[in-house]
Design a protein around this ligand. Structure first.
Ligand SMILES: *Cc1c(COP(=O)(O)O)cnc(C)c1O
Length: 424
């Protein structure tokens, strides 16, 4: 299948779009049409992921590698745990860095390894608000032909996120930038806009607008929906913690592709650009504000452009609500008391929205099965979560391994000159 830009140029091959990241006209790449499928899907996450993505890769240079790419990338579980009769928790944190970004980052890395020759040298330059940088670093760590340069805002990620970001070493270099996430992102953008710098270092983007990250994120929705059907459950609805809208957009793609997925409701934090847009129809990007759910601190959600491209009336296909920090804290506490489940601040946004719907006035929202998407392991945010639940959180082994290593991040001032020197 070919892909086009949301701003009109194209078509180009899917693998060319994956290699490039962003469309040259400034838009985002989109499949030319969404294939509608009926199965058979297979039983495992890997089989279902391969089948769901196969029509998107049909005719592409990577088509014959798809099965191997999936096998090498999606080699961990994504279980749905039922907390009560009608509330499920889709756990997306069993990858190497304990957040859902591992699915997309590993798939992208395995695509790029096959697209670029091993003798080429590339630099993956990535700005992170916390989770992306670690997932990308883990995905490219010790991968021949690549080095990774990670920029994160100093003092604005959790202690464990900071340790994780600096713990890779080898071909990964980490900088703590004296500024905000927006400063980090601006630096990365200006580096990519500089042809000399891009050429000299073979700069490659791994940011969340890449189709190489978006498409594999359909996998766990496919798996969750088919597993529910297999168990004789009704078609599940999903509540998804949302920042740049990449994760949730993959769910909408899976639904458009024919998967048994019901309603999709987005949960934002205090950065309420998406809920406001869906309510008023006016898109008003703004500066991000810092919240407890830091990976969702986004003031200009990039994938909104895809939503507006695919759907004439986005408000007809998806809804959104926002959740403030006090409510995040309260929900982490009450969820633990009620179910014994320890959730991260991002997941708490979605859990809050699920509870509002369950207790709301709309019969259609009170009924049915709802799956809350758990985007990160709570142990990554122990500094916030442990005081709220009054106990220590058991750390998953993958995260433990990183936390046991020494970590190092060099300071960087937020200027292109400083970044250019660092790249040299
Ligand atoms: C990145 C991230 C999000 C937001 O996902 P988007 O695809 O940007 O909407 C939510 N929760 C966690 C833990 C994340 O790392």
């Amino acid at each position: 299948m070919k892909v086009v830009s949301t701003r009109g140029t194209g078509p180009v091959a899917l693998s060319a779009a994956i290699a490039k990241g962003q469309a040259p006209d400034g838009g985002l790449f989109m499949p030319q049409e969404i294939p509608v499928q009926t199965g058979p899907w297979g039983d495992s996450l890997a089989e279902q992921a391969t089948n769901a993505m196969a029509p998107f890769f049909a005719g592409d240079a990577l088509a014959s590698d798809l099965q191997d790419i999936v096998r090498d990338s999606l080699s961990f579980q994504a279980p749905t745990k039922w907390l009560d009769e009608h509330t499920g928790l889709l756990e997306l944190f069993w990858g190497p860095t304990a957040a859902f970004k591992d699915f997309g980052a590993r798939f992208l890395a395995n695509c790029l390894s096959r697209l670029f020759g091993p003798q080429d040298q590339h630099t993956v330059l990535v700005a992170t608000s916390g989770d992306t940088g670690a997932a990308v670093a883990a995905a490219f760590h010790r991968r021949p032909g690549f080095r990774v340069v990670v920029l994160y805002p100093d003092n604005r990620v959790s202690a464990r996120q900071a340790h994780q970001l600096g713990a890779f070493g080898d071909n990964v270099t980490t900088y703590r930038v004296d500024g905000t996430f927006d400063d980090c992102q601006r630096l990365v953008k200006s580096a990519f806009a500089d042809p000399a710098l891009t050429e000299a270092h073979g700069l490659v983007s791994a940011n969340s607008i890449s189709l190489g990250r978006l498409l594999p994120q359909m996998s766990y929705y496919v798996h969750a929906a088919l597993t529910a059907r297999e168990a004789g459950r009704p078609t599940p609805n999903f509540v998804i913690p949302t920042g740049n809208l990449g994760n949730a957009f993959a769910c909408l793609l899976a639904r458009e592709s024919g998967l048994p997925i019901g309603k999709v409701v987005l949960a934002s934090n205090d950065n309420r650009v998406i809920p406001d847009y869906l309510q008023t129809g006016r898109y008003e990007p703004r500066d991000s504000v810092a919240t407890l759910a830091n990976a969702m601190d986004v003031g200009a959600p990039s994938n909104l452009e895809r939503l507006r491209h695919l759907f004439a009336k986005p408000a007809d296909v998806v809804r959104a609500q926002w959740v403030d920090d006090d409510t995040i804290r309260a929900t982490i506490g009450t969820t633990f008391e009620r179910t014994g489940e320890i959730i991260c601040p991002h997941t708490a946004c979605a859990m809050t929205v699920r509870q509002r719907l369950q207790n709301g006035d709309e019969p259609a929202d009170r009924e049915g099965d709802w799956i809350v998407v758990a985007t990160a392991h709570a142990a990554k945010f122990a500094d916030v979560v442990e005081p709220l639940i009054g106990q220590e959180i058991e750390v998953p082994s993958s995260l433990r391994e990183l936390l046991d290593r020494p970590a190092h991040a060099s300071p960087l001032s937020p200027t292109l000159d400083a970044l250019a020197a660092a790249l040299r």
